[in-house]
Ligand binder design. Sequence first.
Ligand code: AR6
Length: 174
Amino acid sequence: MRITLVQGDITAQDVDAVVNAANSSLLGGGGVDGAIHRRGGPAILAECRELRASHYGKGLPTGQAVATTAGELAARWVIHTVGPVFSAAEDRSDLLASCYRESLRVAGELGATSVAFPAVSTGVYSWPMDDAARIAIDTVRATPTQVTDLRFVLFTQDAYTAFEEALDAGSPGQ
Ligand code: AR6
């Protein structure tokens, strides 16, 4: 698996699947979620509503992931995952790691080989970027997957730098 870092907008990525930093309602929000629904159009929300009705009446639990088609995006699928809200009082790292593991598991079920991830939980959910980057990189490296092209699409220069450092920190020979 090749891991690449991109600075930009995840909705513009030409990949099999883009991962959405959703909330458990699956009914949209701000940040990445808002951008994906805006650019992907109403088909994504319609599928999310069906998923709520059929499987997730109480919402998609934190750390889990589920797929819909991607509407008008270049991608074929959107994998919606719910990151944990950062807490200084409680270590929720495993839930954040679970978002990456579960998204890769769903990607495998779909047969997706190229997947773009945002920095889950680092916006509205206020996870510190350096720590989130380390968890994201360590987790995808440790997860067996058929994905061959895994991209982290980072919105800001600070996010890009944090992921670059996390990638370098764990690379072979260092
Ligand atoms: N492409 C790539 N990254 C982006 C984009 C974009 N178009 N827009 C923002 N980011 P957030 P969360 C970055 O808040 O923290 C929503 O309301 C952003 O700078 O999207 O997991 C949901 O509905 C940040 O680094 O997700 C939930 O209620 C990262 O993406 C809640 O926010 C994640 O920020 C989820 O919060």
